[in-house]
Design a binder for this molecule. Sequence first.
Ligand code: ZN
Length: 419
Amino acid sequence: MRINYAYKFRIYPNQEQQALLTKTFGCCRFLWNQMLNERKRVYQQLKHDKEKLYTYKYKTEKEYKVLFPFLKEVDSKALQSVTRNLNTAFQKFFDGLKNTRKIGYPNFKSQKNKQSYTTYNTNNNIKIDFETKRIKLPKINTWVKYRNEQVITEPIKHVTVSKTKSGKYFISLLVECDIDISQKKIIKQSKIEAFDMSAPYFLISERIKMNNPRFYRSEENRLKRLHRRLSRKKKGSSNRKKSQLRLARKYDTISNRKNDWLHKLTTCFAQEYDAIILEHLNIQGMQQFNKGISKSVTLDFSWAQFVSTLRYKIERNGRHLVLVERFFPSSKLCSHCGWKNLELQLSDREWICEKCSTVHERDVNASKNLLKEGLKILQTNNITIIPTVGTTGSYACGDGVRLSIRKQSSKKQESTAFR
Ligand SMILES: [Zn+2]
C-alpha cells in the first residue's frame, strides 16, 4: 500500500533567509487575497447569470505576475500551490453545501496569523544534507539549518514552510512510501475495547475511566493574565509585539504538551489493542456542547484530532478502528436487556432500566452498547473474534498510558483512574 508520510523539522534560518521566507509568505498571502477578492467580485456581478458565472475564467497566477511584477521574485511553485489550495478550499466549501457537514467560505489571510507556503519538488530542487543537517529550498540560495535526527530515504513530494505566531520556523516534508500492511483477521475479544467519548471524561469504557488532563484549563489563569496584559498595550507599539509573542509562546507550550499526550495515548492504543470501537463524531452535538463554553474547554476536548491520529496509527499497524454510525442510540439502550429509554436527557448521568431494573452509569452503558455493535460490524467484515473465557482480559495498556499522563498532568489535576 502506498501512503503519504509527513516529517516535521524545525528549521533555523539566518536573517537573510528569514527575509526571503517572509517575502515568500507575503507574496503567497497577497496572491491568495487577490484571487479570493476576484472571486467575490465576480460572484457579486454575475450571481444572477449562472451560466456566465460557472464558465467565468479567473486570472491565473501567471497573469497576476504580469500585473504585479514583484511576484516574480519568489518561488513560482509556491504561487502555483496558492491557486491549487484556493481551488480546493472552494471545492470543499461547495461540497459542504451539498452535505450536512458545513465547511466555511475561504477566508482572507492575515499577516497576524500563522504564515506558510508550499512548494513542490521538481528536478531535485529540494535537497537535504542529512550529515550536516541542512536543507536547500527553491529560490533560497543558501542552505538552511534544521534540527532533527531522522533520515528520509523516500523521495520528497512537497514541502510546506511555516512560521508560527511565536516566531518559530518549521518545514513539513511529504513523502510517499510503500508499506506492507497485513490486516489482522483473527482477534481476541480481550484485545478489543469500545470507548464512549464523553464530556466529564475523555474516554470511558467498562474497564477504563480516563480523565482528561485538561492542559488548557490548568493554565487558564495565566492565559487570561497574558491576554489582559496584551489588551492594555498600545496598538502598534513594540511592547504590544512583545506581549503578543509571550502569549503565542504560552499557547505553543500548552499545545505541545497536549499533542505529546495525545500521541503517547494513541501510540499505546494502536500497539495494545487489535480493534478499537468508537462512536462516529457528532459535529452538531459537539457544537451544542461547545456553546457558551470557554475556549480552554474546546481546546482540551479534541476528539476529532484524537480520532484522526488514532486512525492512521491503527491502520499502519494492521489493526481495526470501528466507527459506529451516529444514529445508533448508544446511550439510550439498556446494555443488559436492550430496552430503549426514550426519555433519557443529556443531563442524566445515571438511570435505571424500567424493564430489567439494571442501574446504568450513562457513559459506561453507552460503551457497552458500542462494543456489542462494533463486534457485529467486525464480524460482518469477516473478522474472526475469539471470545474471552472467564476473567476480564488485558489491562496491559493501562500502565503505559497512566505513566505518560502522570508526567504531563498538572499537580492540581488528578491523573488517571483506571478501574
Ligand atoms: Zn434493561
